[in-house]
Write a protein that binds this ligand. Structure first.
Ligand SMILES: [Zn+2]
Ligand SMILES: [Zn+2]
Length: 365
């Protein structure tokens, strides 16, 4: 396969500014590789990066949900990663050293010197550190997973939200057969959590959302949620009591973005001794009405969740490859790479009449 000399990339040069640039493809040594991006998933973090609130370096190539085909790979990398040219791969977001305390302790996502794809400046060679591009660099420390190439790219790239569903709603709280799980937020990660909890054997899955989320809540029911609650028109506390025989949920997962109310309220919805997982970020806002005594009195365990690790990704890919669920029903928009800004603004509800659940960028081959 002959490769082009450069890759088109949408480079973030300032807050709310993405510019198309041609970036030279690097030489690949024995330990690295190059992936031709087939699809790049878009999520709430893309919006925060676009807005500039994440204070990520600029200029840089954003895009942290890469799915693609290995275009070039060093011999040693091919051996270590178990993939070769032509294989479709999902690339993990975190680049960890694999040698520090947290890495050796099994928490490589908390690596002392971790770098994250899409948050590495263009000035750091070879610059292609994000998937808003035709090609992305595979660093010697990256982690890749083989994915069935017969899946649609826009479906296969859902390894990201699904991986989050498995890690945040199942692995971290230890959700198992018979559990009741309350998921706050019916976006792509909330919907993915429904599927993950179903796979884990949860007996009752409840999803909350806003009035404007009616379509997403309907999809949650289609995916197997036993009940959904419109927090603006229903009394959530009463409904949760009814649905859990007065006990509260074993696990409460917050994947809502920006709103802080769900954090304070999760203490009311969780059962005595239950677990709350906080995964939705709130722009570093304080949480009004958070009563810590509820945590004490009910012996609630509160856990934070950042990102996804290999087991979550592997479960997600297995679920996608099983074709057991109509996950593609979650996919609403494909955008061309050059339409990255439109994709982000659509996700952020800045485009009237367009409602995005899962969307992705598809670069021209
Ligand atoms: Zn993301
Ligand atoms: Zn490390």
């Amino acid at each position: 396969m002959t490769l082009p000399k450069t890759s088109l990339a949408m480079v973030q040069t300032a807050a709310r500014t993405l510019e198309p640039m041609d970036i030279p493809l690097p030489e690949i040594d024995d330990d690295s590789g190059l992936v031709r991006i087939e699809a790049c998933g878009i999520c709430g973090s893309d919006y925060e990066q676009f807005e500039g609130v994440l204070r990520t370096p600029m200029p840089a190539v954003p895009g942290h949900e890469p799915l693609g085909v290995v275009a070039k790979i060093g011999d040693r990398a091919a051996q270590r990663w178990g993939v070769d040219v032509g294989d479709r791969v999902a690339v993990e977001t975190m680049l960890s050293c694999h040698h520090c305390g947290p890495c050796l302790g099994g928490s490589y996502h908390l690596c002392n010197s971790r770098r994250i794809y899409s948050y590495i400046p263009l000035s750091d060679a070879p610059g292609l550190w994000g998937s808003y591009a035709q090609y992305m660099y595979l660093d010697p420390n990256c982690v890749v997973h083989k994915v069935d190439s017969s899946l649609d790219a826009s479906t296969a790239v859902m390894f990201n939200p699904l991986g989050a569903g498995f890690r945040w709603a199942v692995e971290i709280p230890g959700t198992g057969p018979g559990d009741t799980v309350l998921i706050q937020g019916p976006g792509q990660r909330g919907l993915a959590s429904v599927l993950a909890c179903r796979e884990a054997g949860a007996a009752k899955i409840i999803v909350t959302g806003l009035e404007a989320d009616a379509q997403k809540l309907a999809l949650a029911r289609e995916f197997g949620a036993h009940a959904t609650i419109d927090v603006q028109n229903e009394n959530v506390r009463t409904r949760v009591k009814e649905l859990t025989d007065g006990r509260g949920a074993d696990v409460v997962v917050d994947v809502s973005s920006y709103a802080t109310e769900p954090v304070a309220q999760s203490l009311d919805y969780v059962r005595m001794g239950g677990t709350v997982v906080l995964a939705g970020v709130k722009g570093f806002k304080e949480v009004p009405g958070f009563v810590s005594d509820k945590v004490v009195m009910k012996e609630i365990t509160i856990k934070g969740a950042i990102g996804v690790t290999s087991t979550g990704y592997a479960n997600a890919i297995r679920l996608l490859e099983s074709r057991k669920y109509p996950v593609e029903r979650m996919h609403t928009h494909d955008f061309d790479l050059r339409e990255a800004e439109l994709a982000i603004r659509t996700l952020a509800r800045e485009i009237p009449g367009e409602e995005s659940i899962h969307s992705c960028l598809i670069p021209e081959a």
